[in-house]
Design a binder for this molecule. Structure first.
Ligand SMILES: NC(=O)c1ccc[n+]([C@@H]2O[C@H](COP(=O)([O-])OP(=O)(O)OC[C@H]3O[C@@H](n4cnc5c(N)ncnc54)[C@H](O)[C@@H]3O)[C@@H](O)[C@H]2O)c1
Length: 274
């Protein structure tokens, strides 16, 4: 259902790799709600992904950018403002990558070159994006910037590896930069802490199937899907959430406030009785 919540609003959506991507679902929802945007991803991901299909479907231009490159980001932001015909109202940072995770390097045995690369891609890219937006004065007042994160920033999930540290850094950047963006430009900055979701990045985490099944059983409302996340992000881009800023917003069916659920307890009670 469409409510025209984003009619007349313009933005940039990072990170749509394929149909499973949270950014892909968000782009489709933003389009349904009347928003216009530029799609972007790392040049290398463009070759693997099917972003052009999404661009066609949503009538969007694609501007490739490596989110760790200031030069690419400067071209992207200037290009988006020109293409869309004015300053921006929303930006979605939906980017994550850990080489240590990808190559199965344990948290206690990190390759620090890979760690640094992962931090640059997954967290510092958010600072770089906001710095470029800020310096180019590319955001309209009451605009909204959102990045996606995971609860491993606050609690231990052993197989999330160095991504846990990257997410803690990302969430801190949202608060620190969000202060200046709010004070100087009336722009809000938040992170959404999303349930485990079956995407390329999500499935890269060791033991993902067990992980997602456990979260499903722990959450009174069940896991939030990528589609649910798209809906929530639309609400944060809309004028209905103007005074929400500097927040890490849990979007996880209630998981983050659970101690234990009946469904999880049952598994242990059964085991003891067998
Ligand atoms: N899937 C989950 O379980 C889950 C849970 C919570 C949060 N998140 C977060 O959601 C966001 C989106 O991930 P997703 O699950 O949709 O997976 P995804 O693999 O579809 O998206 C990750 C994106 O990051 C992009 N990317 C990687 N390096 C880049 C670079 N240098 N420059 C620009 N883009 C780059 C990839 O090309 C890809 O499009 C990430 O921040 C992820 O950590 C995912």
């Amino acid at each position: 259902m469409s409510y025209n919540l984003l009619k007349g609003k313009r933005g940039i959506i990072f990170g749509a790799l394929d149909e499973n991507s949270i950014a892909w679902k968000t782009a489709e929802r933003v389009h349904e709600e009347g928003g216009t945007f530029v799609l972007t991803n790392a040049p290398i991901a463009m070759r693997m992904g099917s972003i052009n299909k999404l661009a066609e479907k949503t009538g969007s231009k694609v501007i490739p950018a490596d989110a760790t490159s200031i030069e690419d980001l400067e071209k992207l932001v200037a290009g988006a403002v020109e293409e869309l015909g004015g300053k921006l109202d929303f930006v979605l940072h939906s980017i994550g990558m850990s080489i240590n995770v990808r190559k199965g390097k344990h948290y206690t045995d990190q390759n620090y070159d890979w760690t640094q690369k992962g931090t640059d891609v997954s967290a510092m890219s958010f600072h770089k994006t906001m710095q470029v937006l800020y310096k180019q004065d590319a955001m309209n007042e009451w605009g909204s910037i959102v990045a996606l994160t995971y609860m491993a920033a606050q609690r231990v999930f052993p197989d999330y590896n160095d991504m846990a540290d990257n997410k803690a850094y990302l969430e801190s950047i949202a608060r620190s930069f969000g202060y200046f963006f709010g004070r100087d430009k009336k722009v809000r900055v938040n992170t959404i802490s999303q349930s485990p979701t079956p995407t390329t990045a999500g499935q890269g985490v060791k033991g993902f199937d067990g992980f997602i099944a456990y979260a499903e059983k722990m959450s009174p409302l069940g896991n939030a899907t990528a589609q649910d996340c798209a809906d929530y992000t639309v609400s944060l881009f809309s004028d209905l959430t103007k005074k929400v800023t500097l927040q890490n917003l849990f979007h996880d069916g209630g998981f983050s406030n659970m101690g234990v659920s009946d469904a999880v307890m049952e598994a242990f009670v059964d085991k003891q009785e067998k």
